[in-house]
Design a protein around this ligand. Structure first.
Ligand SMILES: [Zn+2]
Length: 189
């Protein structure tokens, strides 16, 4: 697989912005460890138009838990990075591979969700994040989520889905973004 810099991934964003949480929560922990998804054959990382992406290696029914999104939890409300995910309570997950490379789509087939769950054999819970199928996913399909970025960090979207919003932005902030763009001075004037 080829390596691409952040410019090519279409995911560059400001230090203070992060992926907005889903309607429901998500979580995870552990740094630089091989993930379950990396060891088993359920998903693979491959090249896409916009950089790396994650692809299903098997069929998933709707609502299936595809895998746990592991990574480092950062307890700093001001933390931001190209890939981080808001997991509530001012905390952020910096996801590890493979799910670090899940791309945005305006018509996603997955979402992430977080739960406070114990590890096997433990009683204390910790916030853990999972990638969940929104519909049936066939082997070879790219897995995507809706990044739901704030208008301030929106970038042009190249997802090419029929209902593409044109921007990687929270649908609830699209009107605000377009209003902001409409008052920009035209380069012809
Ligand atoms: Zn789009």
């Amino acid at each position: 697989m080829r390596d691409v810099d952040d410019e090519d991934t279409g995911r560059r964003r400001s230090k203070t912005e992060r992926r907005q949480g889903p309607r429901r929560p998500r979580t995870g922990a552990g740094d630089e460890r091989p993930t379950r998804g990396a060891r088993d054959k359920s998903v693979r990382i491959g090249a896409t138009r916009v950089g790396k992406g994650v692809f299903a290696r098997r069929r998933y029914p709707a609502e299936a838990v595809i895998g746990e999104i592991e990574g480092q939890i950062i307890d700093d409300p001001h933390y931001g990075s190209d890939y981080c995910m808001n997991i509530g309570d001012g905390r952020t997950l910096e996801p590890a591979a493979p799910f670090r490379y899940v791309n945005h789509s305006c018509e996603p087939n997955c979402e992430f969700d977080f739960f406070d769950l114990p590890d096997a054999g433990q009683t204390d819970t910790r916030r853990r994040v999972f990638l969940i199928a929104l519909r049936e996913i066939k082997p070879g399909e790219e897995l995507t989520i809706d990044y739901n970025w704030a208008a301030a960090s929106a970038i042009a979207c190249r997802c090419q889905s029929p209902s593409c919003r044109g921007w990687i932005v929270d649908p609830g902030q699209l009107d605000a973004l377009l209003a902001r763009l409409a008052v920009l001075p035209s380069p012809d004037r």
